[in-house]
Design a protein around this ligand. Structure first.
Ligand SMILES: Nc1ncnc2c1ncn2[C@@H]1O[C@H](COP(=O)(O)O)[C@@H](OP(=O)(O)O)[C@H]1O
Ligand SMILES: [Mg+2]
Length: 317
């Protein structure tokens, strides 16, 4: 039940985002930031509305709130038009005033106990704007642990990708814009760590790319890193296109947001991988809206994760 609702909601929001992105890329004002803002609000509204109808009591930790929309009627009208097109029969979104409430329902502070959804309506803002990777990410967290994750990646592969995982049930891929039977996915087998390929952020402000390059060299890795925005990185590892995702902090005071990692976390573990922080601890999704007890992220196949962790710790001594 949860999986079907989450997949349907992510699909609807991904289509909405894809429509805006296509239009943005073909337009002449590529420096305009507003398309991603519009897509972000629209995606959050349709997903939270679907969740609230299926699971009325469940709180949602969503990245956005509606303050900027309430203050800007032109922006609100653009978002409203998109939402009506993407979800015309949604009775929770029958009037424009409901739009604000749906978006603001993502204001949950987070909790260590009980159910909560974590939502990043458009992850990889920068990727969206440059025509690269971005992702619509939704996860169900129960008692601080991720139980279900769904990620929509409109630009990953020729047909886009809808990735999903439920604890104990494996990880799956299916095309994003057409209905078809999900295919099971998993990490690829590599003989040794030196054969691995790194996947990392494009943005040097989001992870310590220089240090990561040194770590790759210390592991004997000569393959160039694959750089992409958003949780599409987790998806790439889970489907066997790369082997290690490192996200080492640029600033030690930055707290990673739970919506940037929750869905990817279960996708990795269900595809045969391990995710820890740079101290080797599992990510704790029960500390509020951020991963405040963790620093950095290391995701890798089970067989090589401990080698990578050792190399990270040596580099950071
Ligand atoms: N200083 C920082 N360190 C790490 N992550 C950061 C950061 N500043 C912003 N981010 C997060 O990095 C996410 C994108 O990560 P990536 O580089 O892997 O694409 C952003 O998500 P949004 O794009 O949803 O805002 C944002 O939440
Ligand atoms: Mg994000």
């Amino acid at each position: 039940m949860e999986l079907q609702v989450a997949k349907q909601a992510v699909r609807t929001a991904s289509k909405l985002a894809h429509t805006v992105a296509q239009h943005h890329i073909s337009s002449i004002s590529k420096s305009d930031q507003s398309p991603v803002t519009v897509a972000d609000f629209g995606a959050q509204a349709v997903i939270i509305s679907a969740l609230k109808q299926a699971f009325p009591g469940d709180p949602v930790v969503g990245e956005e709130d509606a303050a900027a929309l309430r203050a800007d009627d032109t922006l609100a009208n653009k978002v409203w038009a998109l939402v009506k097109e993407a979800a015309p029969h949604d009775k929770n979104l029958s009037e424009r005033t409901n739009l604000f409430a749906a978006i603001d329902a993502g204001n949950y502070a987070g909790s260590a106990k009980g159910r909560q959804w974590a939502l990043d309506p458009i992850d990889g803002t920068k990727g969206f704007l440059r025509g690269g990777q971005y992702a619509v990410c939704l996860a169900l967290i129960v008692d601080s642990r991720v139980e279900l994750g769904v990620i929509g990646c409109p630009n990953l592969g020729p047909r886009g990708g809808l990735f999903s995982a439920v604890r104990g049930k494996g990880a799956f891929w299916e095309p994003l814009f057409e209905e078809s039977t999900p295919e099971k996915i998993s990490f690829r087998h590599i003989e040794s760590t030196k054969d691995a390929t790194f996947c990392e952020s494009v943005e040097s402000g989001h992870s310590a790319l220089d240090t990561q390059l040194k770590i790759a060299q210390s592991l004997g890795i000569s393959n160039p890193p694959v750089q992409m925005d958003s949780q599409a990185k987790y998806c790439s590892l889970a489907k066997g296109d790369a082997d290690i995702y490192l996200r080492l902090p640029v600033r030690m005071d930055y707290e990673e947001k739970i919506w940037d990692h929750a869905a990817g976390n279960i996708l990795i573990t269900e595809a045969g991988g391990v995710v820890t922080d740079m101290n080797g601890n599992l990510l704790d999704f029960g500390k509020g809206r951020t991963l405040k007890d963790n620093k950095g992220v290391i995701a890798a196949a089970k067989s090589i994760h401990s080698d990578v962790l050792k190399a990270v710790q040596k580099a950071l001594l």
